[in-house]
Design a protein around this ligand. Structure first.
Ligand code: PLP
Length: 425
């Protein structure tokens, strides 16, 4: 087993003799076959291969294979965005009338997807605090519960999920744990090692890392045995009429059933593919992920330490800081560092937060995180503006909260910029 640094650089693609060293961009919607029978086998999922890039494309598959190796999974697929990844990961095993338990501290887009859009599809979510006890978590399950969902480090609340506890509870109720590992990246945490069954990513963030391409990824651990609960997961364990009665768990085994179904049904029908061009750029980002992530963390730590001592700052959320509410959990799940994102509450409320942000010179205001350039955002006024005050409090998003994503610049310049903005605001 290669080390993670080597997998970042070389994982997913091994060229043969005389083949391109870099992953080729297969910019082709379709693939040519000698006979109709050859292609029919692909349509029936009887043979492996490519026929239309809405389902699979070799460039995207090579990059998915790298992320799969980084997370220690058994199979993986790319999607056009993180939103698509989380939607597919959940919708692959639920249908109208089903229920999902989710942490309340999640990305605002995921919250909307679950609480509004999927709710309209007849899927019900119960949101639990990431700090709930095992008994509180157990109480959220229903007979029709099909999955548990959380984020390793929540965006933007920066809470740390007790992955092991959530996984044990999910498994005790016969359902998988899905973990969005976007902020930690596999460099700092590999949720599968702690019992998670499915890992998702917005590759738009650290994995691309340059603010250049939207993308998502789903990795299956291959460890959740759907066939133990066939009545719960009929989509995986009973015949799919659209492929002449194929049963995913029988034909592809528990290692590949989940991703094969998500590709051949959900991607076929919803089509949120990642383009081969974008997958190529994502791979350039992945080649330096192990070099960039520690530097993001180093800058964030320096910034968090500075802010935590500043008289105009009410509170700093950064789990690497001793004294942070999540420090103990971070020591367990994120021993090498957490992420480059720090959030903090400024004295003076919503107006102070907005004035401070206007005064920044190095950090810019953006609806983004986790790229090379430092940027900041006021979550209550932007990403979370659809929430009422109670929901904001449950998500840990206060009106005076600023989220700062530390880039790869000099930490000295970042701290000088924060100091002048706090002074001038
Ligand atoms: C950004 C983000 C998403 C959504 O990803 P997109 O690529 O923007 O669609 C999902 N989860 C987390 C934790 C994110 O930060």
């Amino acid at each position: 087993m290669k080390r993670i640094e080597t997998l970042c650089v070389q994982g997913g693609y091994t060229p043969g003799n005389g083949e391109p060293r870099q992953i080729p961009i297969i910019q082709s919607t379709t693939f040519k076959y000698d006979t109709g029978e050859d292609m029919a086998k692909l349509f029936d999922l009887e043979a492996d291969g490519y026929f239309y890039s809405r389902l699979q494309n070799p460039t995207c598959d090579a990059v998915a294979a790298k992320i799969c190796e980084l997370e220690g999974g058994s199979s993986a697929m790319l999607t056009g965005s993180g939103q698509a990844a989380n939607f597919y990961a959940v919708f692959n095993i639920v249908s109208a009338g089903d229920h999902v338990v989710a942490s309340s501290a999640i990305y605002g887009g995921s919250y909307n997807l679950f609480a509004v859009t999927m709710k309209k599809m007849g899927i019900d979510f119960t949101f639990v605090s990431p700090d709930c006890t095992r008994a509180e978590l157990d109480a959220a399950f229903r007979p029709e519960t099909k999955a548990v969902f959380g984020e390793t480090i929540a965006n933007p609340a920066l809470t740390v999920l007790d992955i092991e506890m959530f996984a044990k509870a999910a498994h005790a109720h016969g359902v998988p744990l899905i973990v969005d590992n976007t902020f930690a990246t596999p460099i700092n945490c590999r949720p599968i090692e702690w019992g998670a069954d499915i890992v998702t990513h917005s590759t738009t963030k650290y994995m691309d890392g340059h603010g250049a391409t939207l993308g998502g990824c789903i990795v299956d651990s291959g460890r959740f045995d759907w066939t133990r609960y066939p009545e719960k997961f009929p989509g995986l364990t009973t015949p799919d009429d659209s492929y002449h009665g194929v049963i995913y768990t029988e034909r592809f085994g528990i290692e590949k059933a989940f991703i094969t179904k998500a590709t051949s049904q959900l991607m076929r029908d919803f089509g949120s593919v990642q383009s081969p061009q974008n997958a190529f750029m994502l791979n350039l980002g992945l080649e330096s992920l192990h070099v960039r992530v520690p530097r993001h963390c180093e800058n964030a730590r320096a910034v968090a330490e500075f802010l935590s001592k500043h008289p105009k700052i009410l509170h700093v959320n950064y789990c690497d800081l001793p004294g942070d509410k999540y420090h103990d959990r971070a020591l367990k799940y994120l021993p090498n560092g957490s992420c480059g994102v720090v959030s903090f509450r400024i004295k003076g409320g919503r107006e102070a937060a907005e004035a401070f942000m206007r005064a920044l010179r190095v950090a810019s205001i953006e609806t983004h995180v986790a790229d090379a350039r430092t940027c900041c955002l006021h979550p209550a006024g932007t990403t979370h503006r659809q929430m009422n005050d109670d929901e904001l409090a449950a998500a840990g998003v206060w009106p005076d909260l600023v989220r700062l994503s530390c880039g790869l610049e000099s930490s000295k310049d970042l701290i000088e910029d924060l100091a002048q903005a706090l002074e001038n605001a």
